[in-house]
Design a protein around this ligand. Structure first.
Ligand code: S3P
Length: 179
């Protein structure tokens, strides 16, 4: 039986590509004894093709529609089952998505990582269609900060391990550190 938790479900992780939403989210779910759900995985399972193929064949607006549908489904499932939900880097840049996340009663965490660190982490990765040249990435990063900062808490995680990041999140949410 997982220990009772003061954290609201879903616990939603937001932040830029490469900030560790999936890795940290899995650790949090493991610690809390909660279900883990990754929005990108849900999108790929529903579409039956990789995200890069959705962007290439149908364009970003079509991707954002599928993303929104899956977000609403994931929030619905999380109502009946405590869940840590890792979003995509652009999910909360759609204001109506933030509205629905808030309306679900979710706790939200922004995993804040400096741009230079994100660039290093994502260099050479080819499955992220929006991770292009340095200039467009830094413009995207700057544009998105106001959206990410709407999370209930912001945790700087640039120089930390995923386990340290998870521990900090649990402490900030009043649920103790990782054991
Ligand atoms: C995107 C981030 C990706 C994925 C898609 C679009 C974005 O998720 O949803 O490629 O707009 O930043 P990750 O943040 O998990 O890489």
């Amino acid at each position: 039986m997982p220990p009772r938790s003061p954290i609201a479900s879903p616990l939603v992780l937001v932040g830029f590509m490469g900030c560790g939403k999936t890795t940290v989210g899995r650790l949090l779910a493991q610690h809390l004894g909660w279900h883990f759900s990754d929005l990108d995985d849900r999108i790929e399972a529903t579409a039956g093709v990789p995200i890069a193929a959705i962007f290439a064949e149908r364009g970003e607006p079509a991707f954002r529609e599928i993303e929104r549908r899956e977000l609403l489904r994931a929030l619905g499932s999380a109502a009946g089952r405590p869940t840590v939900l890792a979003l995509g880097g652009g999910t909360v840049v759609q204001p109506h998505n933030w509205d629905d996340i808030r309306a679900s009663g979710a706790a939200s965490v922004y995993l804040e990582v400096p741009l230079e660190e994100l660039m290093e982490r994502c260099a050479g990765i080819s499955n992220r269609p929006l991770f292009r040249d340095a200039a467009s990435i830094s413009a995207l990063f700057a544009h998105r900060q106001d959206f990410y900062r709407q999370a209930s808490i912001t945790i700087p995680t640039g120089a930390t391990t995923p386990a340290e990041a998870a521990s900090r999140i649990l402490q900030a949410l009043g649920a103790g550190a990782l054991r």
